[in-house]
Ligand binder design. Structure first.
Ligand code: CP
Length: 298
């Protein structure tokens, strides 16, 4: 069975295949009824706008039907049922499960108890593979994925989208520039793993040091919900705000991405600049998630 749990499980060819399928969906359209009769449970035990709605929209565009649980309170987990039992039961009702969960490793565990494919829609500070695929897709719309300089800015410790993207980019010829406040750097285990895979990683504290040499600047939100206390959050919240002034003199074709939601890291004045691609990025969730749903339910 084909689960999508972590971007680490993908070879470059598999990433490229999903990107190609999404491109085909975007350019040629796809038979509306490809997944007619299929039922997918969207189990979202953490808040979401983009991922939940774009999975539901992608499935509806393919003729399938989604059943959504959008909180712990709305499920029997609130009565003490384990995730394993929940997944065992739900997988007997549907053809696939899309799971968002606050605990790292939850999607992997779910895949072990599920009788249908599981797609990880974000597990704590772990992975967010559908986001990464749409990030790669958005970069590829502007430039090749090889031979580029990518900056990761913000909360790289708790931000799962940065973890997934950094790992995915290790399949390409990319130089990674990480820019994070003290204590919010990429986890050491991840940078070690990436360096072993041959990725050049250069670390900075201030985006000004590198912004003019980047092809892609990937900005992330401070993951307030994962900070141990509010004072440690407040001390870094304003430290990496992207403004039009900071973007003066950057490479002409440079793009700014953000998985969204943003919480002050990007000045809204940046939205009007040609570098801003984060709303196109969010829209790319549709062809990517259509391609993913078709892959797991082939
Ligand atoms: N980028 C992302 O995962 O957004 P949501 O939390 O709104 O799904």
């Amino acid at each position: 069975m084909y689960h999508i749990i972590s971007i680490k499980d993908f070879e470059r060819e598999e990433l490229d295949l999903i990107l190609k399928k999404a491109e085909e969906i975007d350019s040629a359209g796809v038979a509306k009824h490809t997944l007619e009769g299929k039922l997918v449970a969207l189990l979202f035990f953490e808040p979401s706008t983009r991922t939940r709605i774009s999975f539901a929209s992608a499935l509806a565009r393919l003729g399938g039907t989604s059943i959504t649980v959008d909180s712990v309170e709305g499920s029997s987990i609130s009565k003490g049922e384990t995730l394993a039992d929940t997944i065992r039961v739900v997988s007997s009702y549907v053809d696939a499960i899309v799971l968002r969960h606050p605990k790292e490793g939850a999607a992997r565990l779910a895949s072990e108890f599920s009788s249908v494919p599981v797609i990880n829609a974000g597990d704590g500070a772990g992975q967010h593979p559908s986001q990464t695929l749409l990030d790669l897709y958005t970069i590829k719309q502007s430039m090749p994925l090889d031979g580029i300089d990518v900056g990761l800015l913000g909360d790289l410790r708790y931000g799962r989208t940065a973890h997934s993207l950094a790992y995915a980019l290790s399949n390409y010829d990319v130089r990674l520039h990480t820019i994070a406040p003290n204590g919010l750097e990429l986890p050491g285990g991840l940078t070690d793993e990436l360096r072993k895979k041959g990725v050049e990683i250069i670390e900075y504290r201030d985006v000004k040091e590198i912004i003019r040499e980047l092809d892609v600047l990937y900005v992330t939100r401070m993951q307030r919900e994962r900070f141990p206390d509010s004072s440690s959050y407040l001390s870094v919240a304003e430290s990496s705000r992207l403004t039009p002034e900071l973007l003066e003199g950057v490479r002409e074709n440079m793009i700014v991405l953000h998985p969204l939601p943003r919480a002050g890291e990007i000045d809204p004045r940046v939205d009007e600049l040609p570098y801003a691609r984060y709303f196109e990025q969010a829209a790319n969730g549709i062809p990517i998630r259509m391609a993913m749903l078709r892959e797991v339910m082939r």
